[in-house]
Design a protein around this ligand. Structure first.
Ligand code: BTN
Length: 258
């Protein structure tokens, strides 16, 4: 298994980007790559600056959950300075989820889907996730992909089955190649905002593993319904006996009924 050791030099040699990953910081161990990227952003770092760590001591997931980040995964954050109106910033999660799907498909040959708002799925199992943390001036796009992790390294988060590239394909991949692919596809998808918003959302809907399914929602409210549509802001519309509920990323957790 030629999984390679993560190195900034090797990733840079594979990059086909203008800005994403051109400033690249690779660490052995950090608390959270999102924290370091945020620090760099505060110091004035350029858009596309990326931070990657071999492991995170306290990786963060959505909804305040912990994100298990042992060696063997890709734990990456990229600094974004969007010029989009702030109400469209949820689309950042959309583009990073699509970019992550594309990268996993290219590098590992796996067919991936998106569980709203931006979990990267292989069938019913979660292979990765996106955490976008925003300030008024910038956003940090955190991407976590379970790559060379075994079952034992991946306890399932409550109610969700986890998987990895290795578990799905039976072999590991070179993390440098995956990192370069994620940065390249992220730049490509990000550049399509705002002009190609409609086609990005069309791809997001096509990849959805939630649309047309019955879902159970928890969080600020708890209810069941039918995931009917994803609107032009990226919000999920769920039909319930009480009417149509509009769900925005960050507010809720969602479980798809069997
Ligand atoms: C989720 O809950 O699905 C989102 C997980 C996001 C994890 C990534 S790993 C790199 C970055 N740093 C973090 O602490 N979290 C994100």
């Amino acid at each position: 298994m030629a999984t390679g050791d993560l190195s900034a030099e090797r990733i840079s040699s594979l990059l086909r980007t203008e800005r994403f990953g051109r400033a690249l910081h690779v660490y052995d161990s950090v608390v959270s790559t999102n924290d370091l990227a945020r620090q760099l952003a505060d110091e004035g770092a350029a858009e596309g600056t990326a931070v990657i760590a071999k492991e995170q001591a306290a990786g963060r997931g959505r909804g305040g959950r912990a994100w298990l980040s042992p060696p063997g995964g890709l734990w990456l954050s990229v600094l974004l300075r969007p010029t989009l109106p702030v109400e469209e910033w949820p689309l950042l999660g959309v583009v990073l989820a699509l970019a992550s799907c594309r990268a996993v498909e290219t590098v590992a040959g796996l067919r991936t889907g998106v569980k709203w708002p931006n979990d990267v799925m292989v069938g019913p199992r979660k292979l990765g996730g996106i955490l976008v943390e925003a300030t008024p001036a910038f956003a940090i796009g955190g991407i976590g992909l379970n790559a060379n992790l075994t079952d034992a390294a991946l306890p399932d988060p409550v109610g969700i089955l986890a998987t990895s590239i290795q578990m799905e394909t039976g072999r590991g991949i070179d993390l440098n190649v995956l990192a370069a692919a994620v940065l390249s596809s992220s730049e490509e998808y990000y550049r399509r905002l705002p002009a190609e918003k409609a086609s990005l959302l069309a791809e997001f809907r096509d990849r959805s593993v939630v649309l047309g399914r019955r879902v159970h929602i928890t969080g600020s409210a708890s209810f069941d319904g039918l995931a009917e549509a994803i609107d032009e802001s990226g919000a999920l519309l769920v039909r319930t006996p009480a009417g149509l509920q509009v769900l925005r990323a960050g507010e809720v957790s969602i479980r798809v009924a069997e």
